[in-house]
Design a protein around this ligand. Sequence first.
Ligand code: NAP
Length: 248
Amino acid sequence: MTTLIVGASGATGRLLIKQLLNADEKVKIIVRSADTFYSVLPDEIRQDNRLIITEANLLNMTNAELENQVQGCRAVVSCLGHNLSLKGMFGHPRRLVTNAVQRLCQAIEKTAPSLKETPVKFILMNTTGNQNKHDDEKVSTSQALVVTMIRVFLPPHADNEAAAEFLQTRILGNHNQIEWVVVRPDSLTDETSVTEYDVFTSPIRSAIFDAGKTSRINVAHFMSQLVSNVETWNKWKAKMPVIYNVSR
Ligand SMILES: NC(=O)c1ccc[n+]([C@@H]2O[C@H](COP(=O)([O-])OP(=O)(O)OC[C@H]3O[C@@H](n4cnc5c(N)ncnc54)[C@H](OP(=O)(O)O)[C@@H]3O)[C@@H](O)[C@H]2O)c1
């Protein structure tokens, strides 16, 4: 089975490639610079012939090119995020994640068979700072105020919210071709191996005033479980699970 990852050159995306290859999945990725990507990739992954790399700027790809990418994939994962630079945060594309999610879903709708039994899984890496309003999640007034300011002054946050909103409102339960999960980690950290983690339906702490930790490798592990494990998928589909490391 094949999974397409976008944002695969990022800190979490790279870890997801490894997790999926370890689970004997085939992986397709689209990266802006294959050279930069190769320079950070361990040899054993670079030489793995189950990994297919396309060098392209995702949002500049034509519809036909995107359709070609998603064709035959049983899962599509977005680990996209705005680079932490002035250009990445405030320049274009302001709607990197949302536009990518919308266009990839359109490409799936164009190419995937319309069979309720075999929908394509769409997994979006998002953030606990994004409140699931459709599930009636509540936050304190002070958190709502801070998030409103973040939304106004930090375009990537509004982009993350809009991308999740698109899946929630456009890809509904009766969609025959696509099912989705929006994965919400808290503050991301880097660890070398998978550790114990908990997954909740909604945040159990304030993303602003009492943020927890989630290691990228645990996010990658959970997303690979969503791809390859039917029970994990059925438990979380059409939800926005929140993932935290278990602190010891
Ligand atoms: N930082 C946190 O504590 C935190 C907490 C919760 C959630 N999140 C969310 O987690 C997600 C991923 O985090 P991460 O740290 O793994 O991300 P990351 O290392 O910054 O990776 C971002 C990925 O997006 C790609 N990208 C950026 N701008 C692009 C563009 N204009 N066109 C195409 N691709 C582009 C990058 O490609 P290049 O390699 O080509 O630049 C890279 O593959 C983000 O959505 C972030 O909001 C972050």
